[in-house]
Every structure is written in structure tokens, then in C-alpha cells.
Design a protein around this ligand. Sequence first.
Ligand code: GSH
Length: 219
Amino acid sequence: MSEFTVHTIPGSPFARAVLATLEEKGARYRLAPVMPGTMRSPEHLARHPFGRVPVFEHNGFVIYETQAILRYLDRVLPEPSLTPADPKAAARMDQAMNVNDWYLFQGVGNVITFHRVVGPKLMGLQPDEAAIAAAMPKAQAVFDELARLLGERTYFTGEALSLADILVAPQLAFFTLTPEWAELGAPHANLAAWLARMEARPSMQATTWERVSEMAKAA
Ligand SMILES: N[C@@H](CCC(=O)N[C@@H](CS)C(=O)NCC(=O)O)C(=O)O
């Protein structure tokens, strides 16, 4: 029998994308909690040489990098498919996923949501207002582009959910916990409505920070 294990700290948006994909596929899985402060431990570095989460295991096969994990899951659990068959729609999916990793997370999410949410909640840090202000012009450009890419579609690639939606939604859900959401996300009615659609999905409801914390406690 397949055994899917996700190593993560509760709250990680990248890990939430993996968990939500498993939920969308109706797969059973196990959460292996990584304790805050242990990301650079020899034990975790053996799983992830860059000291990050998530790390994923399937019957002894270990892999990190969220996009690789999501695509692997979509291949080993083909139903329902989360990759469009149409080449242009698939390219749009890949594009949005790379916008997530290269522009939304780097220098935007890992600054603004770190200083507003992760640092205060997990490390007792005060937000670095100067760092947040410096990240805002790039953040504005990324949110504008995400809204443009989504357009009037139901999901990023059309009428059907894809891996792009599942990767981006946890990052944007994190932004709704910050005051910057009012400036970045809320003015884009299409993006806000898409996020509401995503957050209403059982896969997203099953993988909130609170639900993943409960899974971690029960593990
Ligand atoms: N490229 C990685 C990014 C993973 C990542 O940055 N995860 C964050 C949590 S959401 C992390 O582990 N941060 C810990 C750190 O930066 O020390 C992926 O796609 O999995």
C-alpha cells in the first residue's frame, strides 16, 4: 500500500500545496512534523540539504522542491488530473507556478509574510517595517501580474483546477493575514474572488495552519 509522508513545520504555504494536492486526490497521507529550530539539524539536512520544508516520501522515495512533488503526485495519482492536456493551458500553469516561486515568494512572500506572520508567531520577532516597505513595489508588480494572468477565468488555466491554483493559493492565503493584503490583493476583485473559491475547497479547509498543527500534534 502506498505511504505518502510530508515532512513540514505547520504553517508552511509550500507544504500546504503538497497537502492540498493529496487532499484533492483523495489520498491518505502522514504528516511528519519538523520542529521549528531544527531545519538546520543534521537529521533534517539529510532529508533537505538546503534546510527547508516540505520534504516528501513515497515508499522510500524521498524528494524535495514543491513543484517536483506536485508533478510527481499528479503522475502517480492521475485522477483527477491537475495538469491541463492542452499545451497552451499547461504552459500557463507552468508560468504561474514559476511566478509563484521566483517573484511572489522571493523578495515578496519571504519578506512580507515572514515579517508579519512567521517571525512574530513562531519566533517572537517584531515586524521589520523598513524591509516590508522596501518589498512593496515588487509585491505590487507581482499581484498585478497574477491578476492579469488569472483574468476572468475560474482558475488559472481555465474552468478546471490545476497545480498552479494549488501552489499559489496557500501563498496568497498567507497574505490575507497581513495588513498589506488591503493594498495588494483586495483591490483585484478577480484575484480575491478566486482566493475565496480556493479557500472554500475542502482541500484548503483540511490544510489550514490550525488543521496542520492538529495533525502535527497527533503524529
Ligand atoms: N523552493 C522550495 C521552497 C521551500 C521553502 O522556502 N520553504 C520555506 C517554508 S514555506 C522554508 O522552509 N523556510 C525555511 C528557511 O528559509 O529557513 C520549495 O519549492 O519547496
